[in-house]
Ligand binder design. Structure first.
Ligand code: UDP
Length: 611
């Protein structure tokens, strides 16, 4: 295909605006010198070219590029933003997710700070565990001073992020994680109560199964100093409750806390600000495909990828709404085809990638982790006439994700036959019986499968690529049916086009009704038929429990984790947040993030006339 005969991309006006502002190539004067079509062709060509390394002819490479181009321009599949921005360009860094290690010494802390900057500059997000750092006020032998502790270094990382804009497009995103048994855990849990602090981090507490059991049984547990591996002894100030000031551990005493008190504090803070979230670290590690290379200590910024130190993942998402046919069924055959093509795309991205660090290049080649996910799930449901908050939706979630997970593994097996399995395969959880990593009780974690990629599936937030594909994001419910978009001093009505089409088809459309829906932020008006009100539910109509159940349904058939926000109405109580956290643990989620409407002042999205 020549550049001048590129088929036009199917893009909404908003998608074109986003691409122009942040993705299309600009010259040194800031003028855009690419069209969306030439951008998609640049990506398709660069990623397809990898096939030549594995023996494909130039005609085959061209055909592959055309297929990739079709998937992206027609909104069936989009790779993560760094691939769209950087493929075929000098930086060439194509992945969204990284985790870097921080060891308990200044060299490591500042080496990793530098690496964070390099990754942000290339458009990637970084996650860190601060759990190895010695606690605040602990001894520092080299200077005879005292340590400043994980939270103060998180602040340093936060300030550095503030100073660097990612490739001039977006500010860096980080995940900060601390284990529940770190002596500074209470300070960490409360560190974002001031919503002007550490704003470039999402934070999650890494909770162990033992901790969750201790919460359940109302038991105490030890806080361990990572420098010594021993129970930490409280310094001369003792340990005080960060909100009440009550002395929890007197000076000089071993630190033990009631698990329930710590859990209550997490819940109270999450109710107040949405943070911290939880990272169920033992659950994540149970499914670590390559435990012989290390354990998971942290995730990427939005939580969908638990990763090892210097680990990386490139993501891509399939737009499910596109697979609903006119007679309201799912086109499974075409979905299969797109899953196979997308898996191949993501495997090629690993080879086309230019990573900012040698350690990352090495590990990515050894384990070949990819993250194939979905978006447009809410669109799929409304097109099929199934309410998000229903057992039918949960069942369909299982069925769809099971299908995608299985088909992507079949595709990865095909790639392994053509190109070889990932080099660490033999000792991974997918390896042969005699050598593979197992659970502590000796049982296999996964069946033996000769795969090209150690991990295949995930669910990303798809914040920007869902706008590009013109679909609902990730597995989230619709945020609103209609809302007012304020842009450059003008007020524009943004309405779900499927909703408009249905209203016109069924004869209850009127411009006034659409404006009323945007004004009130809901569709519960007499002119909207009851069945439509039942199916077209939005995030705020859906009880938190359904959000958690939906996340768990997708998790059942996903290798990595799921990025999802469990939405609560403004009037929700801390107990309801607690129930969601406990339910997520019971249902096998790998983490959870909540948000209570209006709990942060600068909420980005909002419905109703205040929006
Ligand atoms: N991410 C980031 N900065 C951002 C948004 C996202 O570094 O501003 C990273 C982060 O690791 C996140 C991942 O990209 O988990 C995927 O996010 P999303 O799906 O929203 O990205 P998109 O590809 O849609 O831009």
């Amino acid at each position: 295909m020549k550049k001048h005969d590129l088929a036009p991309a199917q893009l909404t006006d908003i998608a074109r605006t986003v691409l122009k502002k942040r993705y299309l190539l600009k010259n040194e004067h800031g003028d855009v010198i690419e069209t969306p079509e030439t951008m998609f062709w640049r990506v398709a060509e660069t990623i397809a070219a990898v096939d030549a390394r594995y023996g494909a002819s130039s005609e085959q490479v061209e055909e592959r590029a055309e297929r990739f181009y079709h998937l992206m321009t027609q909104g069936y599949f989009e790779p993560n933003s760094p691939t769209l921005m950087n493929a075929g360009r000098p930086l060439g860094q194509l992945s969204a997710c990284f985790v870097l290690p921080i060891d308990d010494n200044l060299t490591s802390i500042y080496e990793t700070l530098k690496h964070q900057a390099l990754i942000h500059q290339s458009g990637g997000g970084t996650g860190f565990s601060f759990s190895r750092l010695r606690p605040r006020n602990d001894v520092v032998r080299s200077t005879m001073g005292v340590a400043s502790g994980p939270v103060s270094f998180m602040d340093v990382y936060n300030h550095s992020t503030e100073a660097i804009k990612q490739g001039g497009t977006r500010r860096g995103a980080n995940m900060g994680i601390l284990r529940c048994d770190h002596p500074d855990i209470l300070e960490f849990i409360t560190c974002k109560l001031d919503t002007t602090k550490i704003t470039n981090f999402n934070i999650s507490v890494a909770v162990t199964d033992a901790f969750m059991r201790a919460v359940d049984r109302d038991e105490e547990y030890d806080l361990i100093n990572p420098r010594t591996g021993q129970v930490h002894i409280a310094s001369r100030d003792g340990l005080k409750h960060p909100l009440t000031g009550d002395v929890l551990v007197p000076p000089g005493q071993p630190m033990r806390l009631r698990a329930r008190m710590v859990f209550d504090l997490i819940v109270q803070c999450a109710h107040a600000t949405g943070e911290p979230g939880l990272f169920f670290i033992d659950r994540a590690n149970e499914y670590n495909p390559v435990p012989h290379l290390g354990a998971y200590e942290a995730t990427n910024p939005c939580g969908e990828q638990p990763l090892l130190a210097y680990d990386v993942c490139n993501l891509g998402s399939i737009n499910l709404g596109k697979f609903v046919t006119a007679d309201k069924t799912i086109d499974w055959d075409y979905l299969r085809e797109v899953v196979h093509e997308s898996t191949r795309f993501l495997d090629n991205v690993i080879d086309a990638n230019h990573y900012p660090l040698e350690q990352i290049t090495h590990l990515s080649q050894r384990i070949r982790r990819i993250g194939l996910g979905v978006m447009g799930w809410a669109d799929m449901l409304v097109r099929l006439g199934i309410p998000y908050n229903s057992h039918d939706a949960i069942e369909l979630a299982r069925k769809v994700m099971h299908f995608i997970d299985e088909e992507s593994k079949v595709a990865s097996e095909q790639l392994a036959r053509e190109r070889g399995p990932f080099p660490e395969w033999e000792y991974s959880i997918w390896g042969p019986d005699a050598t593979c990593a197992r659970r502590s009780d000796g049982s296999r974690i996964r069946p033996q499968r000769l795969l090209r990629n150690c991990n295949v599936t995930t669910v990303a937030p798809t914040g920007t690529i869902s706008i590009i594909a013109g679909c609902s994001s990730g597995i989230e419910p619709l945020f609103a049916i209609a809302f007012w978009r304020y842009q450059a001093d003008s007020r524009m009505l943004d309405i779900n086009q499927d909703f408009v089409a249905q209203a016109k088809r069924e004869g209850w459309y009127s411009p006034e009704l659409m404006e009323r829906i945007a004004d009130t932020g809901h569709i519960h008006h007499p002119d909207v038929p009851a069945e439509v009100q039942r199916v077209w539910v939005t995030a705020h109509d859906i009880a938190p429990e359904w959000h958690v159940r939906m996340q768990a349904a997708f998790q059942e058939y996903t290798d990595s984790a799921i990025s999802k926000t469990i939405n609560f109405p403004h009037e929700a109580t801390p107990d309801q947040v607690r129930e969601a956290y406990e339910l997520a643990f019971r249902l096998g989620c790998k983490g959870i993030t909540v948000y209570r409407d209006g709990s942060r002042e600068n909420q980005v999205l909002s419905t109703g006339s205040t929006g």
